[in-house]
Design a protein around this ligand. Structure first.
Ligand SMILES: [Zn+2]
Length: 138
């Protein structure tokens, strides 16, 4: 067994029974850390420097934690709290993905989002939510 294999086995033993999960919350903590690191370039402030450690410490703590169910609960809570933000992200990702085949409108009456296939010229759209009719170019 070479040195690298021995190191990997030691690491595996060390991580055994620990959370170690790279979940949504840890991902967010990592992003937060990167943001703080970037902020440090612009604000040479000791407070920013200290604050940048908090997400890093939380990240390491969660990775090494033996209380796996508590960490899973935290992540679940985090997903619940951020679900409105995730919804907005999903919506814009879908718009970017489907932008070539669909055109997005918001209904002039109820302001709900509608989409129609592109390239059909001027069409009459009926809103499926409120039955309002309007003309639009697809
Ligand atoms: Zn409508």
């Amino acid at each position: 067994m070479n040195f690298l294999q021995r190191m990997l086995m030691a690491l595996q033993r060390f991580m055994n029974g620990r959370y170690g999960g790279f979940d949504a919350l840890n991902f967010a903590l990592m992003i937060l850390y990167v943001i703080f690191c970037i902020l440090q370039i612009f604000f040479r402030n000791p407070l920013v420097y200290i604050l940048s450690f908090l997400p890093a410490i939380a990240f390491i703590f969660r990775m090494l934690s033996r209380n796996i169910s508590a960490r899973q609960r935290e992540n679940q809570k985090f997903l619940e709290i951020t679900s409105p933000v995730q919804k907005i992200f999903r919506k814009y990702r879908r718009r970017i993905r489907d932008g070539k085949t669909y055109k997005y409108f918001s209904c002039p009456n109820c302001h709900k989002e509608l989409r129609v296939p592109r390239g059909r010229g001027n069409i009459e759209i009926t809103c499926p939510h409120c039955r309002h009719h309007f003309q639009a170019k697809s």
